[in-house]
Design a protein around this ligand. Sequence first.
Ligand SMILES: Nc1ncnc2c1ncn2[C@@H]1O[C@H](COP(=O)(O)OP(=O)(O)OP(=O)(O)O)[C@@H](O)[C@H]1O
Length: 284
Amino acid sequence: MEPPVLETENLVKVYGRGANRFDALKGLTLEIKRGESVAVIGKSGSGKSTLMHLMALLDRPSQGVVALNGRPVSELKNKEIHKVRNESFGFVFQQFFLNPNQTVLENVVLPLKIAGLSKRERNQRGMEALERLEMADKAKNKATDLSGGQKQRACIARALVTNPSVIFADEPTGNLDSNTSEVVEEILFGLQRECGITLVVVTHDDDLAAKCDRRIHLKDGEIVSVEEGRLDATHGEPNQQSASSAGDAVPAPNYRATEPWAATGGSTSSASEDGPKHREEGTR
Ligand SMILES: Nc1ncnc2c1ncn2[C@@H]1O[C@H](COP(=O)(O)OP(=O)(O)OP(=O)(O)O)[C@@H](O)[C@H]1O
């Protein structure tokens, strides 16, 4: 049987030390099958982004295992980790993380530049991705000269350009109005359906979570329930595996996601502490 595309075993993440110690994840074990869509839900501070960063190899666990296609990531050398992250994963963030000084096409082809492809090949593949997102006419625009929805489509094009097996989306519709959110959701689920891309979505948005094949509910760094089945009208009732009510949230600190291509060099361990290199405002 095919191993899960991603799995974690007893995943622990501790931030800080001594009096500042915070146990963000307290031993999470889960599997994500190839081609499924999974929402990671829970209140602010419950550990959603931390879990996503560990699964996306943007950060390292304090304890426990992350395995990719059945192979523990701890067996991979740093160079291989960077390669896997750049070529097998696509990232879509609420804050877009587009470089405002570059054109849309330049932003989209960045993962291919990191992978060392020639300019000709990068631009060809970048244009193909933009065409798929109906954004080809914006290729030469500066990334700032786009609406919120167009920015997110450019980000999805960038996430797609390496033909990833998994797309990680952290609040992908968080900066978008409801109509634009629907368009972006349709694009993401279309990629899952049509290209078999595994979708891992961190979200507070119940509607978006309901459209996923599975919802993993975190509370205070632990899994409190896993709900199977899409909840939208076309699909049947969910199958609640285990449940408990979510209590008060731990307040989130001043913690921000880092775009993956900023985590270069030999280590992924400080990815969640460094600010992104190119940041731009979330909305226009
Ligand atoms: N770099 C860090 N240093 C110290 N504590 C951190 C760090 N990053 C996260 N935490 C803590 O870990 C907990 C989980 O944070 P995380 O960002 O994963 O939560 P979240 O569920 O994604 O929250 P939100 O929905 O607000 O984005 C938070 O309570 C936060 O205080």
